[in-house]
Design a protein around this ligand. Structure first.
Ligand code: GRG
Length: 295
């Protein structure tokens, strides 16, 4: 299969769904103009759309056939974009540059940036609830997404990351940070695709493990790219982790070892897919791409 074509097509489909979302918001006259501009500024700033693409690929691997997964997949990008806006705030990572443009608070001010993040977070659930599908299944999806992004997931990981910044964290804490801050939403994206496709329990388990392993590998490669990548490739400032005293895989395990750990995780992720047929090829290729990515 041709991964570049697959990624391009799925990203386009996700972008169209996000454009529809923004158009719908523009028709809702009671949303303050500046708030909506701030939401759209970050949401439509590009980005790899890797979480929605993983959700779609998992849906297809589990036998899902239509494009009906799209609004649900796109809702993952609303959550992810909110997390980036908040992560960049002065009280968090204090970053000036993201997705090749000034960060949201640099353009709209801190208060509006916080509110734009809040709006995207809450609207993600609204977006899902509007979908015409089996209500019981949608409730499962909402549970997955709130678990993945809330205090047991992404927010929990971010909290420990911030609390331990500037200290030498134990390896187990770094693993907690990475599996929660980044891994949880990636795991959730894969699981949501599988749930929407009615995957049987054994396949859901394999896909969950695939999501856990690729999710951790994704954050390890992010840490590595912060050292070896360039600002142009990453669309954000690099070298920031060590300047801020962040606890990263390279800081705890060394750069070369971190690369080896990421490779091992990807091998294991591929192994989780052995019971799947060709329909899981996009998931296989995305796992390999995580190791080779430059942004
Ligand atoms: C609750 C106040 C409050 C804040 C939450 C949870 C959180 C803030 C932030 C954590 C999420 C975070 C920024 C994790 C880092 C993960 C990461 C690798 C981000 C970059 O993702 P990519 O590479 O980015 O997918 P693009 O731009 O391609 O979408």
């Amino acid at each position: 299969m041709n991964l570049s074509r697959y990624l391009r097509d799925k990203r386009k489909a996700v972008d169209n769904s996000l454009k529809d979302y923004i158009s719908l918001k523009k028709k809702q006259k009671d949303i303050p103009k500046q708030l909506l501009e701030s939401m759209a500024y970050s949401l439509m700033a590009g980005g790899k759309r890797i979480r929605p693409v993983l959700c779609i690929a998992s849906y297809e691997a589990a036998g899902g056939k239509s494009t009906s997964i799209l609004p649900i997949a796109a809702s993952l990008e609303l959550i992810h974009t909110y997390s980036l806006i908040h992560d960049d705030l002065p009280s968090m990572d204090n970053d000036d540059f993201r997705r090749n443009r000034p960060t949201n608070h640099k353009v709209f001010g801190e208060a509006t940036a916080i509110l734009a993040g809040d709006a995207l977070l809450t609207d993600a659930f609204n977006f899902i609830s509007e979908k015409k599908a089996d209500p019981a299944k949608l409730i499962r999806v909402i549970q997955e997404l709130s678990h993945a992004s809330g205090p047991c997931g992404m927010v929990g990981g971010q909290a420990v990351d911030i609390i331990l910044e500037g200290t030498k964290a134990k390896k187990k804490d770094i693993i907690y940070i990475h599996t929660h801050k980044t891994g949880s939403l990636i795991r959730g994206s894969v699981r949501i695709g599988a749930i929407m496709a009615d995957a049987p329990a054994v396949k859901l388990r394999s896909l969950t493990e695939y999501g856990e392993k690729t999710g951790l590998a994704f954050q390890i490669t992010d840490d590595i790219l912060d050292i070896i990548g360039t600002k142009e490739e990453m669309g954000k400032s690099t070298g920031a982790d060590s300047a801020k005293g962040k606890n990263t895989y390279p800081s705890a395990f060394g750069l070369e070892n971190s690369m080896k750990i990421a490779e091992l995780l990807i091998d294991e992720a591929l192994d989780c897919l052995r019971v799947f047929d060709k329909k899981a090829d996009p998931l296989r290729e995305i796992a390999r791409y995580i190791l080779l990515r430059r942004n």
